[in-house]
Design a protein around this ligand. Structure first.
Ligand code: CP
Length: 292
């Protein structure tokens, strides 16, 4: 694997290799890179989990993280993304982790001789979030032969798109729940009423309402949204015994899910964040050729 831009480019075998390696790493089976390797994390959009868990993964593997702060970089003087990346390649970085608001920003980086790991491109893809979600599901169920609903702002969600691509390949039955205004219209996407299926699904994947990508504010109050589409006690109590609740976070508390259910027994939201570190270690090892 030379780089990671989207889940479309990974075969089932490659996805499973990354997940199984992440599970091994989680059990403590990994070694730090012997040779010095340098990684820069370029985040042109805000992030807590992706940026910091990449940083944690890099440190655990003994990689050197080269700090890149967009607000004090020459991007502020109009330097292009290509030129910033070419500079990091020229000064000796071995890989770049990039998050950018532009969908498929990486198409402008062809010609670079440095691996790119996509940390999220606009409403396009978020492959490492998808891989950590898959690891969390696989760790719990040991199979992807599952019924899954993805609920929320599908239109603006790179997580929904990446997970749908991957879960379909892996054999899961994925359906969507969303108000009409947040639906991504696609021939393969089936929308259902959450209350008609909530007691039949294995995984409920909730998504954040992405206010920053909306031209207008949300037309629902938090209460209305939660009552129609979100996780609340009524729906929680109807879940199958072994069902899990996921959310990539950050969470709009009391909108997608009631605050008091975020750390409930069926919620794996913080497990997803923990697994993000192991998944990103697995990806970095694979791309930078570490020991496995
Ligand atoms: N889930 C996720 O991508 O979170 P951040 O935006 O905080 O990185």
């Amino acid at each position: 694997m030379q780089q990671l831009l989207s889940m479309n480019e990974l075969s089932v075998k490659e996805i499973m290799t990354i997940i199984e390696r992440a599970i091994q790493i989680k059990s403590g089976s990994f070694t730090r890179f012997e040779e010095k390797k340098y990684v820069a994390n370029l985040f042109f959009e805000n992030s807590t989990r992706t940026k910091l868990s990449f940083e944690m993964a890099e440190r655990k593997l003994g990689l050197v993280t080269i700090p890149f702060d967009v607000s004090t970089s020459s991007a502020q003087k109009g330097e292009s993304l290509y030129d910033s990346c070419k500079t990091l390649e020229a000064i000796g970085c071995d890989a770049l982790v990039i998050r950018h608001p532009e969908e498929a920003y990486y198409s402008q980086l062809q010609g670079l001789n440095i691996p790119i790991i996509n940390g999220g491109d606009g409403s396009g893809s978020h492959p490492t979030q998808s891989l950590l979600d898959l690891m969390t599901i696989y760790e719990r169920f040991g199979t992807f032969d599952l019924d899954i609903i993805i609920c929320g702002d599908i239109l603006h969600s790179r997580v929904a798109k990446s997970n749908f691509q991957a879960l379909k390949k892996l054999g899961s039955r994925v359906r969507f729940v969303a108000p009409e205004v947040y639906q991504y219209v696609h021939e393969d996407y089936t929308y259902v009423n959450i209350d008609k299926v909530i007691d039949t699904v294995d995984v409920v994947m909730l998504l954040r309402v992405q206010h920053e990508r909306h031209d207008e504010g949300m037309s629902y109050t938090a209460d209305e949204y939660n009552t129609r589409y979100g996780m609340n006690h009524k729906r929680y109590d109807r879940l199958k015994d072994k069902a899990i609740i996921m959310h990539p976070a950050p969470v709009n508390r009391d909108v997608e899910i009631l605050g008091e259910l975020i750390e409930s027994e069926k919620s794996v939201i913080f497990k997803q964040m923990e697994n993000g570190v192991y998944t990103r270690m697995s990806v970095l090892e694979k791309i930078l050729g570490g020991k496995s």
